[in-house]
Design a protein around this ligand. Structure first.
Ligand code: 13P
Ligand code: 13P
Ligand code: MG
Ligand code: MG
Length: 370
């Protein structure tokens, strides 16, 4: 069977208004540029979506991951869209485009990237998760639960094709190192790392050897670009995206969505400096208004073949109202803390925000205490 690649490449190229959402004209421009990519056969199909102020390019092709033509198309698209954002004087136009010239791979240039290349099955369901006002570590808890928690994923207990578990690729994003860990055998060690979600982030999930699916083809991937490490100072949060495949030797679609029924606390809200609940929302509600948030996640479901069949707006369902209600209550509770931790992030995570500039002004005022 032929291999398929799905590339989800995203960037904040201007907010409307402030950091709330993406203006319709940016989506139109992106569609125009990606249509040219279909005409020139760089990609086969695409969809342009938006979550908060992040523009999401979902592309289907057969060129593999890290492909220069595909990345160059995405970069060209973001540049053209930035021109529109500048004309409209949208907020932070070109915010995530941190480099001037494209040099072969879009990674390290500002945009977030999640790509999967896989051997086509008879039928391939896939979910694109798109978050705003948070960071890559926000995916640790849900991805762990999808692929390793039997209280979330019934198949880990009752389906022989996933009963053996999965392999987690975890990155230390400060040291630029990675480790592969097997579940369920190394569950406790894995949790010891990924509970520290601002440093250790799940990058990919692989099937185990002997599984029904090729052990060298990732079945889930998370974007892990850290904008501040590229830019050297706070320029907006690295709002992450992920691709997760489902069914036939993998967790079912409903098992992939299930962890989002708990609106867990994530960092990145208001000025990239606050903790808040992750609220699952429909595409229509993927606009960040209260205190620039709260952090949100949207889920686009596809059947993947030559074409992208979809998206299905998976959180546009009243069953998620209960979770949203809980997120609203937690929002109210967290907001009452104002500038106090743990609503505001701890000092070590504030290092790359504007807070150190304020503290520097005060440093002369301190006198010694005997
Ligand atoms: P500015 O208003 O100076 O852009 O800072 C606030 C903010 O929104 C941070 O991204
Ligand atoms: P974005 O990273 O989504 O641009 O948000 C910036 C911010 O700090 C909003 O308060
Ligand atoms: Mg923004
Ligand atoms: Mg954003």
């Amino acid at each position: 069977m032929a291999k398929i690649t799905v590339s989800l490449i995203k960037a904040d190229v201007g907010g409307y208004p402030g950091h709330a959402s993406v203006h319709e004209s940016l989506i139109k421009k992106a569609e125009e540029i990606l249509s040219q990519g279909v005409e020139t056969e760089v990609i086969r199909d695409f969809r342009v979506l938006a979550t908060g102020d992040d523009l999401e390019l979902i592309m289907n092709h057969n060129r593999g991951t890290d492909n220069e033509e595909v990345h160059s198309l995405a970069w060209k698209c973001f540049e053209a869209v930035t021109d529109v954002a500048k004309e409209l004087k949208l907020y932070g136009a070109g915010q995530d485009l941190l480099k001037d010239a494209f040099s072969g791979n879009i990674k390290g240039m500002g945009p977030g990237v999640a790509e999967l290349e896989f051997t086509e099955r008879e039928s391939d369901p896939l979910v694109a998760f798109m978050m705003d006002k948070t960071e890559p570590g926000a995916f640790n808890l849900p991805i762990y639960r999808i692929f390793a928690d039997p209280f979330n994923t019934a198949g880990l207990v009752i389906d022989p094709s996933i009963h053996d578990g999965f392999v987690f690729e975890v990155w230390d994003i400060y040291e630029h190192k990675r480790v592969f860990m097997n579940t369920p055998e190394e569950t406790y060690d894995l949790l010891a790392l990924i509970g520290a979600k601002s440093r250790y982030v799940i990058k990919r999930i692989f099937p185990k050897k002997g599984s029904k699916l090729p052990a060298d083809e990732a079945v889930a991937v998370v974007s892990t670009e850290k904008l501040y490490q590229i830019a050297g100072e706070y320029v907006g949060k690295d709002d992450p995206v992920a691709l997760v495949r489902a069914q036939s030797g993998l967790p079912a679609l409903g098992e992939v969505l299930e962890p989002f029924a708990f609106p867990h606390l994530v960092s990145g809200w208001m000025r990239g400096s606050h903790n808040g609940p992750l609220m699952p929302v429909s595409f229509k509600d993927a606009r960040c208004t209260r205190f620039d948030g709260p952090p949100r996640v949207a889920a686009a479901g596809f059947q993947i073949s030559e074409k992208l069949v979809g998206p299905s707006d998976l959180f546009d369902d009243p069953i998620w109202d209960y979770t949203r209600r809980k997120a609203q209550k937690v929002t109210e509770y967290m907001r009452r803390h104002g500038p106090f931790e743990p609503h505001r992030l701890p000092m070590e995570d504030m290092e790359y925000t504007t807070l150190p500039k304020v503290l520097k002004e005060l440093s002369d005022r301190f006198e010694k205490v005997e």
